[in-house]
Write a protein that binds this ligand. Structure first.
Ligand SMILES: *[C@@H]1O[C@H](CO)[C@@H](O)[C@H](O)[C@H]1NC(C)=O
Length: 284
């Protein structure tokens, strides 16, 4: 009985030593595991020392069973697109990256190969939202802002889903605007894709920026990227809009007119003076 135990212990120690020596130096382990997610396209990335080993990714919903990913079984790349696995989106998922030998052999016990856990990730709450396209249109003292929902790379029954198809009522837009030439900015939140900004000075140019805004998320992930700034044209202000050339022209014309007036006045006076002495001397 005692000898069986000794043999068992020896066996355990030996296999532990094999695993540590193998895992320590030779078998690469996935490192720097992180999630990169934009508009609900979610990719798990990691780094590993170059080798001939492969990687297999499994994932699980919080508290659920481990499942094989659709596209990342024994891959050589150090990334895995899990967009279509992490459904429904509003769940916390975790993943596990396991190193596997290049060729599967009976000599290997896969349990002995290193693996790395990914931090938990919820696509619905943590996916970044890309910059928004929008247009602005001035109508008297109002500006209409028309926003286009960014598209995701997810298709459902031939339709490409937009971020609103996924976020629904949770999606708002933040509109930040300022009067051209002033520094004070104002923010408004719009529930829909069309927003009316009122109380503006008529004829003034205003500049607008728009970003997706999801107030139900945690602070750090609430706001999408800002779209390219758009400005409304102000009413043309003649004094400000004249170019330097135009100003030179105006000054030149005014100087010419002034010179003509002076010349004419001087000539007239000379004429008058010349006439006057002859008139006074006429009776003599
Ligand atoms: C979202 O974007 C920020 C800033 O670029 C980046 O640091 C973060 O890792 C991104 N998050 C995801 C899940 O892609």
């Amino acid at each position: 009985m005692a000898s069986v135990k000794t043999v068992l212990y020896l066996g355990v120690c030996l296999s532990a030593w094999i695993i540590t020596s193998a895992g320590g130096n030779l078998v690469p382990k996935a490192e720097n595991v992180r999630w990169v997610s934009l508009d609900f396209k979610t990719i798990l990335t990691w780094t590993a020392k170059p080798s001939n080993y492969k990687y297999t990714v499994m994932y699980s919903r919080a508290g659920g069973d481990w499942m094989d990913s659709q596209h990342c079984i024994r891959v050589s790349e150090s990334e895995c697109d899990l967009t279509f696995d992490l459904v429904p989106y509003d769940r916390s998922y975790t993943a596990d990256i396991k190193t596997e030998p290049e060729t599967l052999d009976y000599d290997y016990d896969l349990e002995d190969f290193p693996h790395t856990d990914a931090p938990p990730f919820n696509p619905y709450r943590e996916s970044n939202i890309s910059a928004v396209n929008f247009t602005v249109q001035a109508v008297d003292e109002k500006v209409m802002v028309h926003i286009i929902d960014p598209l995701t790379s997810i298709h459902q029954t031939d339709k490409q889903l937009s971020i609103r198809d996924i976020l629904k009522k949770d999606l708002k837009y933040k509109i930040s605007y300022y009067k051209a030439g002033s520094t004070g900015k104002r923010d408004i939140i719009s529930d829909s894709n069309t927003a009316e900004v009122s109380g503006l000075d008529a004829g003034q140019s205003y500049c607008f920026m728009v970003a997706a805004f999801i107030p139900s998320r945690a602070k750090g992930t609430q706001q999408g990227a800002w779209g390219i700034q758009q400005c409304t044209p102000g009413e043309p202000n003649i004094v400000q809009d004249l170019s330097l050339g135009a100003w030179v022209g105006i000054v030149f014309i005014m100087l010419t007119v002034l010179i003509i007036i002076i010349t004419v006045t001087v000539l007239c006076c000379k004429c008058c003076r010349q006439k006057n002495p002859s008139q006074s001397s006429a009776p003599v």
